[in-house]
Design a protein. Structure first.
Ligand code: CTP
Length: 398
């Protein structure tokens, strides 16, 4: 197959320095890169660095007769599989939304018939301004793909959404866009994944919880996103970063997890991997329970809501496919079939936790139970189990 290639438009923002790393990642993956550097972009990075990293000439001026003779603005986008704008400044977004064409970057965006991926980067108030939000809506309805922006501390000293997505994240979005529709069978579908433990307070400093690491749930969220699904990951406390392209909602208790999961509806598929605490302290103490001066008080418990059973019985909002997990140490098939019936879900992914190292470990041995029977999968790392499950989900929902 011929080398795939990207036309990268580097706009004028402090985030332009991250475009250099993006070019490096693309070249390392064997993807060809041609760069257009806007006049403002050239205030932040030099044509020399971009051309050294991209191993290509950098284009800058619309009216350069030599450039037009070598490779004009039409030819630049024709020779690429995808046009990427990173950083996409408020100005570039406004120009693209309105079809203005007064420099090489904006003219190329108007002249292209290739897909366009933008990574916005700007001050938080510029991002939140109604004008930018209007332009964003226009660009989305024109089919422009977007990655980011992130929320966080910004170079201007403010905090909020507007920071350009990290180069690795933009790179993953480029790979997904280049892969095309066949590699994204879940495009247009929505998925909910719960993951991690829940944490049930006893008093302001103590809690009941479990050893779930969240690894399997996070891997499933990532695998679904890679197949094109829009994924909401409702996660209990874990040490893991949010997977690329997934929107994470962080919760602590089972009750919060239920509310966040229901707020994510409607979804086409729900994969409930979280190790939800079955019980919580009835009345968490408002103040720290003291050791001295009192006999150890028993902790009374009350049952938590069952998120899996609730979503399986959600009426018209019920996802087309509801998948639960079962951790068993014995009578795996019998217990999992009983769980399937009791909770009203469509599949149970049963894992044998009798061997050491599954909880918190990197590999998993699972069986998929449905009303039609059992499929046994050989032991694989959690990423491979997740990709296989995501592929099976993609075959099943339509
Ligand atoms: N689950 C849930 N809400 C709960 C409890 C469990 O959504 N309050 C989900 C889990 O995310 C998982 C499945 O139900 O998908 C596990 O069911 P559960 O009955 O908790 O399984 P085990 O912990 O294996 O239970 P048991 O003690 O009955 O073996």
């Amino acid at each position: 197959m011929a080398e795939q290639s990207v036309l990268l438009i580097v706009g004028g923002g402090i985030a332009a320095y991250k475009a250099l790393e993006l070019v490096r990642l693309l070249r390392k993956a064997g993807i060809g890169v041609r760069c257009i550097l806007t006049r403002a972009g050239a205030q932040f990075v030099t044509p020399l660095s971009l051309s050294a990293l991209s191993e290509n000439k950098v284009f800058a001026d619309l009216f350069s007769l030599t450039d037009e003779a070598e490779m004009g603005h039409i030819e630049l986008s024709r020779a690429s599989d995808l046009v990427v704008v990173a950083p996409a400044t408020a100005d570039l977004m406004a120009k693209a939304a309105h079809g203005q064409a007064d420099d090489l970057a904006s003219t190329t965006l108007l002249a292209t018939d290739k897909r366009v991926l933008m990574a916005p980067a700007m001050n938080v108030r510029m991002w939140l301004h109604p004008a930018t939000q209007r332009n964003l809506a226009t660009l989305k309805s024109d089919g422009v793909l977007l990655v980011g922006p992130d929320e966080g501390a910004m170079a201007c000293g403010e905090f909020g959404p507007g920071r350009m997505a990290e180069p690795e994240v933009i790179f993953a979005a480029i790979q997904a866009a280049l892969a095309g529709p066949a590699a994204r069978p879940l495009a247009g579908k929505r998925a909910l994944v719960t993951a991690g433990p829940t944490l049930e307070p006893i008093d302001p400093v103590r809690f009941l919880s479990n050893r779930s690491s969240g690894k399997q749930g996070y891997a499933i969220a990532e695998a679904l996103a890679q197949l094109g699904a829009e994924v909401v990951l409702v996660s209990g406390p874990t040490a893991l970063p949010a997977p690329v392209g997934v929107s994470r909602v962080e919760v602590e208790t089972a009750q919060e997890m239920l509310v966040a999961s229901q707020s994510a509806l409607p979804v086409d598929v729900a994969v409930l991997v979280a190790a939800v605490a079955d019980w919580r302290p009835t009345q968490p103490a408002a103040r720290k329970i003291k050791k001295f001066g009192a006999a150890p008080a028993p902790i009374t418990l009350v049952e938590n809501p069952d998120i899996l059973a609730t979503l399986s019985a959600q009426g018209p909002m019920r996802p087309q496919l509801v998948i639960g997990f079962a951790a068993e140490t014995n009578d795996l098939d019998h217990n999992s079939q009983a769980k399937l019936a009791r909770k009203g879900c469509d599949w149970v992914v049963a894992n044998d936790v009798s061997q050491e190292g599954v909880m918190g470990g990197d590999s998993n041995t699972v069986s998929i139970l449905s009303r039609d029977g059992v499929e046994r999968w050989e032991t694989a790392d959690k990423g491979a189990v997740a990709r296989r499950l995501a592929a099976k989900i993609a075959e099943t929902i339509h």
